[in-house]
Design a binder for this molecule. Structure first.
Ligand code: FES
Length: 169
């Protein structure tokens, strides 16, 4: 009889400990893992300015900071685009990362081409086509829209070093 009572108390104690651990542990684990389930924002519309302010025939660099959520950590990332227009009605906006290894490239005014200083990639101004160097594809263009006279671009990064234009988070 004494043995049965001892066994019962052992089981009751174990069950109590298990229930207590579950009551405390489940919400804690859920709170800890919640950021992983948060949806990653992949594309954001960036306001670039009044559409008629851009110089036709010459590219304009536009830099901005963006919040990036990586599960538990929120950081500020510096982004950039190049804007080109012939007539202030139609716009081409390029992601400012080189499609080779994602360096930031510039514009060589004398030659009228984009130049990446990392491995001397050269790109055509109007189309972003590769003119020289190792880049495996043309500059990455972004979706644009003009609303109430304001130019916007849907900022997106793309995988570097591959021939296809593949969007990344
Ligand atoms: S990163 Fe631009 S040419 Fe290599």
């Amino acid at each position: 009889m004494a043995l049965a009572r001892r066994t019962f108390f052992r089981w009751a104690t174990g069950l109590g400990a298990f229930v207590s651990a579950a009551l405390v542990g489940v919400p804690s684990v859920r709170a800890f893992l919640a950021p992983l389930a948060r949806k990653v924002k992949r594309t954001s519309w960036i306001k670039l300015g009044e559409a008629d302010q851009f110089e036709a025939g010459a590219p304009t660099r536009f830099d901005f900071a963006e919040s990036v959520n990586d599960a538990w950590v929120e950081t500020r990332a510096l982004r950039g685009v190049w804007i080109y227009t012939d007539d202030n009605e139609k716009f081409t906006v390029y992601n400012a990362h080189c499609p080779h290894l994602a360096c930031s490239y510039g514009f060589e005014k004398e030659k009228g081409v984009f130049h990446c200083p990392c491995h001397h990639g050269l790109f055509e101004l109007k189309t972003g086509k590769v003119l020289g160097g190792p880049p495996p594809r043309a500059l990455d263009t972004l979706e644009t829209k003009v609303e109430d006279g304001i130019l916007y671009a849907a900022y997106q990064d793309f995988r570097a070093g591959v021939a296809e234009k593949v969007a990344v988070a």
